[in-house]
Design a protein around this ligand. Structure first.
Ligand code: FEO
Length: 388
């Protein structure tokens, strides 16, 4: 039987650990994930979020280690996405009169499409729910990560239940930040931010501003470890990431058919490093998009290369640029490069896509016919070294 973990007196983690998750709609989750749910034992027994459908047994087992699930009075649905709401039907089956709180208008107007006609109540930022010796304050932050997303804050316990924000796809037997390797934790938090939160930087800044006014001892997210001793570290990181702060580093991303674009990529990376802009290289045949984006998120420079295939860029490069544009990092300096046999259309197409991302074109696009000669590679070096 899976057990609950007591976080503070009367407050339990009753979530699910998804050890085997490796693909969260395209995000490659090397470390698995967890779907965190929190149970508060008070005059009104309250469950904050649930878990992904398919894990009903595990969440019910953890709840049952504390109380009979039939006694749950309230569910707070901080976020409607099914990784957090998928076990609502299983809880409702045990506790048919449970009242489900969701944000208005975006939670309330959508939740019936997922779970039918249940006992819902919409909440606004002005609403405070008294559950006995504690109160729950609702803080909607639409688009962090869906229109319905909200935080719930419990001032008596100084806990911020933040759902997707501050999460990590990180399965662990531990529950708190200080119990795991700090570098691993921050890498997973960074990867999660780059692949999920980055398009919503504007709302992250609002959330950080609001959090400044709260007394917080614990940030309890919907995925991964709970922030406790490392709260300043994650807040500082979120401030930097949400402000599109970058370092003097570069990312060189490419695909290649016969190693010509690859030779250009390696020359570009070496030369950027020579001018004190350390560069990392990612071959799109090997690397996953979700592993590249954390590096892009904190690098000021990005070079993208593709040979020409059937008058266009390589499909891997098109997929990368599509993913990149959706996640919309800002204030980057970029350029395109690639080899070609005859038409050479791909290089201009890559440059156009980089412009559509809103990036400054830092260097004129570089193209080489067939395979690059020593002189052509030296020309690439010179172009990079000469750039003011
Ligand atoms: Fe973890 Fe947007 O759901």
């Amino acid at each position: 039987m899976q057990q609950a973990v007591e976080l503070k007196k009367g407050i339990y983690w009753v979530g699910v650990i998804d050890w085997d998750l490796r693909n969260f709609h395209g995000y490659i989750t090397h470390s698995g994930s967890s779907y965190n749910a929190y149970l508060i034992i008070d005059e009104k027994i309250t469950l904050i979020d649930t878990a992904k459908a398919g894990f009903e047994k595990e969440i019910l087992s953890r709840i049952s280690s504390v109380i009979d699930p039939a006694k749950i009075d309230y569910i707070i649905s901080n976020h409607l996405e099914p990784d957090h709401s998928g076990c609502i039907p299983a809880i409702v089956e045990k506790a048919p009169n449970v009242k489900i709180f969701t944000s208005v208008p975006n939670g309330l107007s959508n939740i019936t499409k997922f779970y039918g006609d249940l006992n819902y109540q919409g909440v606004t930022p002005k609403d405070v729910l008294n559950i006995g010796s504690r109160t729950l304050h609702f803080m909607p932050f639409p688009m962090l990560h869906w229109p319905d997303s909200m935080f719930t804050y419990c001032p008596e316990e100084k806990i911020l239940f933040s759902n997707d924000a501050f999460g990590q796809h990180f399965s662990s037997a531990c529950r708190f930040d200080y119990e795991v390797d700090f570098c691993h934790l921050m890498l997973e938090a960074k990867k999660y931010y780059a692949n999920i939160i980055m398009p919503y930087n504007f709302q992250t800044k609002n959330a950080l501003k609001a959090a400044q006014d709260l007394d917080i001892e614990m940030i309890a997210p919907g995925h991964g470890l709970i922030w406790s001793k490392m709260i300043p570290n994650i807040i500082n990181a979120y401030q930097k990431w949400s402000n599109d702060e970058t370092e003097e580093t570069a990312v060189v991303v490419y695909d290649s058919m016969w190693h010509s674009t690859e030779k250009m990529a390696k020359t570009i990376a070496e030369t950027m490093t020579r001018r004190n802009i350390p560069a990392k290289i990612f071959d799109l045949k090997i690397n996953k998009l979700s592993d590249i984006l954390p590096e892009v998120m904190t690098s000021k420079y990005i070079a993208v290369g593709s040979p020409t295939l059937n008058r266009g860029m390589m499909p891997n490069v098109a997929a990368f640029l599509c993913y990149l544009k959706g996640l919309s990092p800002k204030n980057r300096k970029a350029f395109a490069f690639g080899s070609y046999g005859w038409g050479g259309e791909s290089i201009g197409q890559v440059e156009e896509e980089l412009k559509k991302c809103g990036f400054e074109i830092w260097l004129e696009k570089m193209s080489v016919k067939n395979t690059p000669t020593k002189e052509e590679l030296e020309n690439i070096e010179q172009a990079i070294l000469a750039r003011k």
